[in-house]
Design a protein around this ligand. Structure first.
Ligand code: DI6
Ligand code: FE
Length: 395
């Protein structure tokens, strides 16, 4: 039990939801009360003076591929010389090259490669991170990736949500036989992973260079059977109707969305699916078509923002940089960007008691050397984190 006093609190209820001269009461890992310090209920709880600092929910990175081995710097050089992401994939590079490196890495090596990536996130005020599989593409390596992801949640003060992404790419041994890959690897691996308690959600890559809507629908059907929520990489490089497919399956989120059309926007709005924007991938691929933010906003589709941390298209672990890019490249307001890494990111992960500061919510908090929440998206560079609380305790 404790009181954090002398704070400016961005509750993230209805926008920033700023409460100046505020206090937060924390009990049993949850927020017991938040409001103006003058209204603080009478208690003998210890009070920490936070020096007038800004308090937000701990940030949530709701889309990462943080577990992988190797780099993709050579492919970066190829793209700078004119090769496209899709061309490199067609030549057997891209995702497949990270699959080869990840298969060859031991569990220990994978963990050792991943931990510094997570530590960078935590230093920026992240308290929850989603981590996808999808660089194994065989049953054993997909399971190993998910176990490494789970292990990170034991080794660090962070909530890890794991997403099974077996339908990320067709591995070389199934080249030209995507249906066989889905039937023989992607679906059976999902079943085993779910039995082992390794999966919180199921994702896919719906794209010309990956899987068709019909193939993704098979994966989603299996997810429904296993009572797992779904999400989808949709409309990243072209419009293939992935967002509408995701919406039909009540997806938690549809992610990327550069090529989303009006029909897709309407589908997301109708299903309440979160649009996850990933400006790091847009930037790295030197994409020129931005997601239709104005249409998403007008339709009331909640927008989240994430790093998409991965070696191919978004070698970036900075959630604050993702927020900055969402503003400068996609036209979000800093308020929308912060909603995108708090309340809306929680919704994209199906977490009902995270991402806002309200009584009953988990006391995952970030305290910043900042005067206004817009500073989090404004700054390019070191983030002004002062302290973080995880489950109601200072980390
Ligand atoms: N879209 C992406 O941007 C990442 N996965 C996906 O489906 C990229 C993954 C990679 O290139 O390694
Ligand atoms: Fe991704």
């Amino acid at each position: 039990m404790m009181i954090l006093g002398n704070l400016q609190v961005a509750t993230m209820s209805g926008g920033y939801g700023l409460v100046p001269h505020a206090a937060v009461m924390v009990e049993h890992g949850r927020i017991a009360w938040v409001g103006p310090e003058d209204d603080l209920p009478e208690t003998a709880w210890p009070r920490h003076d936070m020096g007038g600092r800004l308090c937000t929910p701990a940030l949530i990175d709701c889309h990462t591929h943080a577990v992988f081995a190797g780099t993709r710097a050579a492919e970066f050089e190829m793209r700078l010389q004119g090769a496209t992401y899709a061309e490199i994939a067609a030549m057997g590079g891209g995702i497949a090259s990270t699959v080869a490196a990840t298969r060859a890495a031991t569990d220990q090596a994978l963990l050792a490669a991943t931990l510094p990536r997570i530590d960078e996130m935590l230093a920026q005020g992240v308290g929850t991170v989603e981590i996808k599989s999808g660089y194994g593409l065989d049953i054993e390596t997909e399971l190993r990736m998910l176990r490494v992801a789970r292990r990170i949640g034991e080794l660090r003060k962070v909530r890890v949500r794991t997403t099974y992404l077996g339908a990320h790419a067709v591995p070389p041994e199934y080249r030209g036989r995507p249906d066989a890959y889905i039937a023989e690897v992607a679906l059976p691996a999902l079943k085993v992973a779910q039995t082992e308690g390794l999966v919180d959600a199921v994702d896919g890559f719906c794209e010309g260079i990956a899987f068709s809507p019909a193939q993704i629908a098979h994966v989603f059907a299996q997810a429904h059977k296993l009572r797992l929520p779904v999400k989808l990489h949709a409309e990243q490089l072209s419009n293939s109707g992935g967002a509408a497919l995701a919406a039909r399956h009540d997806a938690l989120s549809a992610d990327h969305l550069e090529y989303l059309d009006a029909e897709g926007v309407a589908a997301l709005a109708a299903s309440g699916t979160v649009a996850v924007l990933l400006p790091g991938a847009y930037f790295t691929l030197r994409e020129t078509q931005a997601p239709p933010v104005a249409a998403l906003r007008a339709a009331g589709v909640p927008m989240a923002v994430a790093t998409d941390l991965n070696p191919g298209t978004s070698p970036m672990g900075s959630i604050c940089l993702a927020m900055s890019m969402a503003c400068t490249l996609f036209g979000l307001t800093p308020e929308e960007a912060l909603l995108g890494t708090t309340a809306h990111a929680a919704r994209a992960l199906g977490l009902a008691d995270l991402g806002r500061i309200a009584s009953g919510f988990r006391a995952d908090l970030a305290i910043w050397d900042a005067e206004h929440p817009a500073e989090l998206a404004w700054r390019l560079g070191p983030t002004p984190l002062h302290a973080r609380l995880h489950d109601g305790e200072f980390v």
